[in-house]
Design a protein around this ligand. Structure first.
Ligand SMILES: *Cc1c(COP(=O)(O)O)cnc(C)c1O
Length: 280
């Protein structure tokens, strides 16, 4: 079980880890986070996630508190005290306590450990359904803690029999609420939206791993092009590569997960393994 969290570098029993109520994350939804996996006791691709976390913080003008050591050391300490082997870690940087309820002063840094994500295996063998929604995330390069639209639409998703959203900006594909999106075009190009999306670490790795196998492109993708795609996937830290077989009432390809997704997933697993071996 997860016994400890870290607050501003201090290891704290999880049940006693608290923030004051005037934190801007509570009052205004101001803050950023990041999320990565721990495998064999090691944080996976930590360099990429810390780089993004630092970039998100800078874009919201939030200063990461100075700890006694590095942020990576604080993460390793939390892995150690919790005795984690397979788990996930969430870093959160809040706007901090604000006397006037509005102006950030000193951000609070939380490091939380969670169990390893548990995903329905049918989603990989049968594929999932997306519900399209016209929406552009605000300051899209920032992994902000604000998921107003995604969470508000959970009930609607369920009613439509869909598992995830597909955000598009007046017909240009963007991403899902917590994942990036890829299409394998009719002529065999693996494409993903270039702009106005969160730059996923999984997205980056998949683009690198796919390059020797297929032509890859980061560019604009229209909703119409999606409807002619052979395959569609979501990618994220939690999901890896997840096949999509339906978007609204449109069937993707032949309605079954395609052949490229499992190939990429296998390459991704092997690449992760190599990374972990080098970390020893
Ligand atoms: C976290 C997230 C992703 C996926 O990023 P990964 O680094 O692959 O986990 C994509 N879009 C949004 C909005 C996200 O919050």
């Amino acid at each position: 079980m997860i016994a400890y969290y870290s607050i501003n570098g201090k290891i704290t029993p999880a049940g006693q880890a608290t923030l004051r109520l005037n934190d801007l994350s509570i009052l205004r939804g101001y803050g950023i986070f990041d999320y990565f996996l721990v495998k064999a006791g090691k944080p996976v691709f930590i360099e990429d996630y810390l780089e993004r976390f630092t970039r998100s913080a800078a874009l919201l003008y939030l200063e990461i508190p100075q700890l006694s050591g590095s942020l990576e050391e604080a993460i390793e300490e939390l892995i150690l005290v919790n005795g984690l082997y397979e788990a996930s870690i969430r870093l959160v940087l809040t706007g901090g306590y604000a006397d006037d309820g509005y102006t950030p002063l000193r951000p609070n840094l939380l490091i939380m450990a969670h169990p390893y994500p548990d995903i329905n295996p049918l989603y990989y063998t049968d594929g999932i359904t997306l519900m399209s929604y016209d929406f552009q995330r605000e300051i899209p390069e920032v992994k902000s803690i604000n998921y107003l639209t995604g969470i508000r639409l959970l009930g609607e998703l369920r009613r439509q029999g869909a598992q995830e959203l597909l955000y598009h900006d007046r017909g240009l594909l963007r991403e899902s609420a917590r994942s990036n999106v890829f299409i394998l075009t009719a002529d065999g190009v693996l494409a993903t939206p270039a702009d106005k999306v969160l730059l996923g670490v999984t997205r980056k790795k998949i683009l690198e791993l796919a390059a020797p196998l297929v032509k890859t492109e980061e560019r604009d993708i229209t909703f119409e092009e999606l409807l002619t795609a052979k395959e569609v996937y979501l990618t994220s830290t939690t999901k890896g590569i997840m096949p999509v077989v339906k978007v609204d009432h449109h069937i993707v390809g032949n309605g079954r997960p395609g052949e490229l997704a499992p190939v990429l997933q296998d390459k991704f697993v092997a690449f992760t393994q190599t990374y972990l071996e080098q970390k020893k």
